[in-house]
Ligand binder design. Structure first.
Ligand code: GCU
Length: 339
């Protein structure tokens, strides 16, 4: 889709979101006058992204297992708002569920920053085993219920993140000198960009295509799947495989909405969510391969970097940012699971 069309679609979607907001929380399942409840789920990815596929299937299965008592309606493309706003809307119950990046949760409880550190996770499999281990994450995931009205159910991987630029490939951190690198809205990721030699510009995901196109930023960092599905390769065709971070998204749900579920329906939600993140992990590897092939066909080039130079630059971040015993315990538990 051309950018102008995308923007027009976003404007329309924004209007739709306002209408929804005016209507308040969850609606009637199926819109057929049935007595079930439909929960709205905010997502900032396109319909081509594996998160959309896995979440759509999650919703269908949950509706089936509960005999239509519950349904989930997935709104892609930031139509219910960018992540920062979507998270607030889930907290106040206007929206029932959202997928938000770990960087957003770090802004509500700094303990979450541990899982946003470069090099905390060695692989997608390692990450998924940690973030779905109740013994490690139980308290963390319940920590936002009283303060913010949201419960964290678990994570979807963002895969391995690398840098891409508008002007040419990057081999070492020195090549990023003077380049404005877009990062997510997180102090840790601002420091991460600076450690990699760039100057950091925090920005919402949905603004990035025009940000790169207009030169507000020169570079960004993400996984291959978002690089392709967001069409960033059109405006920043130089991908450099820094693999500096295995990123993490979370499924957050309005805590009061969860409390409305019978025990049986809540158990069904948990079981279908487990199936959903497992399906997502399975889809991830082939989605990544497809994204690389499609971006290359669209003119992008993929280059290797001096990975050791990048990891040496990033290594001090853990010590710099881990301040409390809780953070240290989370970090140690994650690292222990890697060995
Ligand atoms: C990934 C991630 C998103 C996040 C985005 C970003 O695509 O899945 O949740 O918003 O990165 O860089 O903002």
């Amino acid at each position: 889709m051309k950018r102008t069309t995308r923007l027009a679609a976003t404007a329309l979607a924004g209007a739709a979101a306002l209408t929804l907001t005016a209507c308040g929380g969850a609606g009637t399942a199926g819109g057929d006058g049935g007595s079930g409840t439909t929960m709205r789920l905010a997502l900032n990815q396109t319909e081509e992204h594996p998160s959309y596929t896995a979440l759509e299937n999650f919703g269908e299965r949950f509706s089936e297992t509960t005999g239509g008592r519950w349904a989930i309606d997935v709104f892609p493309n930031e139509t219910l708002g960018a992540q920062q706003e979507a998270l607030q809307l889930v907290g106040d119950g206007t929206v029932d569920m959202a997928i938000v990046s770990g960087t957003q949760l770090e802004n509500l409880n700094e303990d979450f920053l541990v899982f946003n550190l470069p090099e905390v996770f060695d692989s997608v499999e390692h990450q998924m085993s940690v973030v779905h281990d109740e013994k490690i994450v139980g308290d963390l995931y319940a920590s936002l219920e009283e303060s913010n009205g949201v419960t964290v159910l678990g994570g979807l991987t963002q895969g391995s993140r690398s840098i891409y630029t508008t002007s040419g490939p990057v081999e070492t951190p020195a090549d990023l000198a003077g380049q404005k690198l877009r990062v997510q809205e997180s102090d840790l990721h601002v420091a991460m960009a600076e450690a990699m030699g760039a100057s950091a510009t925090p920005m919402a995901f949905g603004e990035l295509y025009t940000g790169l196109q207009s030169g507000v930023v020169d570079a960004a960092e993400n996984n291959e799947v978002s690089y392709f599905t967001q069409k960033h390769f059109e405006v920043a065709p130089y991908w450099s495989s820094t693999n500096h971070l295995v990123g993490l998204d979370y499924l957050v749900v309005n805590t009061d909405r969860l409390a409305e579920m019978s025990q049986e329906d809540r158990a069904a939600l948990d079981a279908e969510w487990t199936a959903a993140h497992e399906e997502h992990t399975e889809l991830w590897a082939s989605a990544t391969e497809d994204a690389i092939a499609e971006a290359e066909a669209g003119g992008a080039t993929f280059s290797e970097v001096d990975e050791e130079a990048f990891s040496a630059a990033l290594e001090p971040l853990a010590d710099q940012f881990i301040e409390s015993d809780t953070q240290q315990t989370l970090f140690d538990a994650a690292r222990a699971a890697a060995e």
